[in-house]
Write a protein that binds this ligand. Sequence first.
Ligand code: M6R
Length: 622
Amino acid sequence: MCGIVGYVGQRPSNLSTRPVDVALQGLARLEYRGYDSAGVAVLEDDGVRIAKKEGKLKNLRDALDGEEVSASAVAIGHTRWATHGAPTDGNAHPHLGGKDDELALVHNGIIENFAPLRAELESEGFVFRSETDSEVAAHLVAREMSLTGDLTTAMRAAVNQLEGAFTLLAVHRLSPDRVVAARRNSPLVVGLGEGENFLGSDVAAFVDNTREALEVGQDQIVTVTADDVVISDFSGTEITEQKRYTIEWDVAAAQKGGYDSFMAKEIHEQATAVADTLLGRIDSGALHLDEMSIDESVLRSVDKIVVVACGTAANAGSVAKYAIEHWCRIPTEVELAHEFRYRDPVVTEKTLVVAISQSGETMDTLMAMRHAQEQGAKVVAICNTHGSTIPREADAALYLHVGPEIAVASTKAYLGQITACYLLGLYLAQVRGNLFPDEIAALMEDLEQLPTHVQTVLDGAAEVEELARSMKDAASVLFLGRHVGYPTAMEGALKLKEIAYIHAEGFAAGELKHGPIALVEEGQPVFVIVPSPRGRDSLHSKVVSNIQEIRARGARTLVIAEDGDDDVLPYSDVVLRVPRTRTLFAPLLTIIPLQIFSCELATAKGLDVDQPRNLAKSVTVE
Ligand code: M6R
């Protein structure tokens, strides 16, 4: 939710990139976080100068085209996902602060007590020009600066008056060599360069320029100059133990690499994504999760698992439930993180909470996890973004290692999350003795085959793409699945809704006769995810019966079935094949045709696949 970038440095004159260009470059990388408006601020000899435009970054670039912008040492930028106030030029960031516009500030998050603060500042003569909550922070920091003359002290005084979640970056006419930032419950990282330093909502903001980064903790203030980074907490104590790390992603990972969209590229990276999530964690049949820093005795005492997550991550959690209950015999619930803490859930010291989040910054998931920790539960985070808040606050963190996911619609992270959940489930089974070592070794051997199987499905993309193009005018698509096929149906429907804006619903196939079958009429397309005929009980034949039932009522049946399953042929209008694997591992394969379908259909409709309307990549407000 909103992308923030800051830069301080004086580049040699043979490098044409001015600070404002560095900020724009960072914003281009962060645009996936929000694209309702974009803006930059620089310090010029006569004061602060801002430029901001409603809509995508391109509008701002067009507005700046041909403009003389000074090569001063400092710039900040913002790409917005609107919360308070419509996406207009006026509500775009940066906001000017102070009675003489001596400060500019960008904000990510929500300031909950902005109304009384605004009334107070207005009564003191500060003039507001937007409907945003953020503008109060600009005036507050400016007011404190006029009292103290030091931007870091002013920022500290201001944040101690704010309630809510925020990352703030401020520049001031009287401190032309620095950007001062603060964070509470909202992301911020520092990029370390040679004679230049960077700030960003995530490392994508500066990965073109440096791969050395510094974590910024909760309730901390960072003062960045070209040669120095000083971090202190909200009470003014300097943080001397700083967590420095090297970013593993390279620049190519943040580029489209010849694909039409990041989503298409990320779908096609999924064989590598699964392999990279497994990498280094399996050795001679044994499972090694060095990062599981929760004591084994605690894991042995766990009597309930609760997965908290949102959106696609929650669908990955639903797959995990089937695997963990089957392998570990631990009751496992999956709860949408935003519902969790508000219903007074039963959580004890014997509860293990699994928080799944690609970004590691989803506010709902973070709050759910903190609530569980307050009740004494231990939390394992399954995340992709290094240094983000959720893994940092968790008791243990399993990283996916799938590289940056830029498209708003999550694809490769979903496969990484499911893979990491399998690893967690097998690890718990290993520690608790639910499975024999040879059983675990056999499962892991099959898991290691998955990247090859994923690639096989990806190699068949053309057939799915053709189907998608032929259905670009569909008004509604239904998805049915059973057992682990149910979360796949949910995820397939979510993908189609979010990027193609088509009404789509996922149902448990067994639920069909309890209501949803009433939706089926002549020509209604229905994807059906068919379980393996070699799987549990009579699930396969039950789903084949479901296909017959909907077809008898006019449905167009689009069937995803494993190689060699010919039982589906008489009742299928289209059959999409996936390689054979264990039932519990099938979700890594069956979702792929549905991802390709949504991506291609949205492309055929001429939609912006990577930046669908109304959405942002990470939802850092509740
Ligand atoms: O970063 P997270 O995994 O915590 O994000 C959770 C959801 O917001 C996310 O999966 C969302 O549903 C995606 N747009 C789905 O494609």
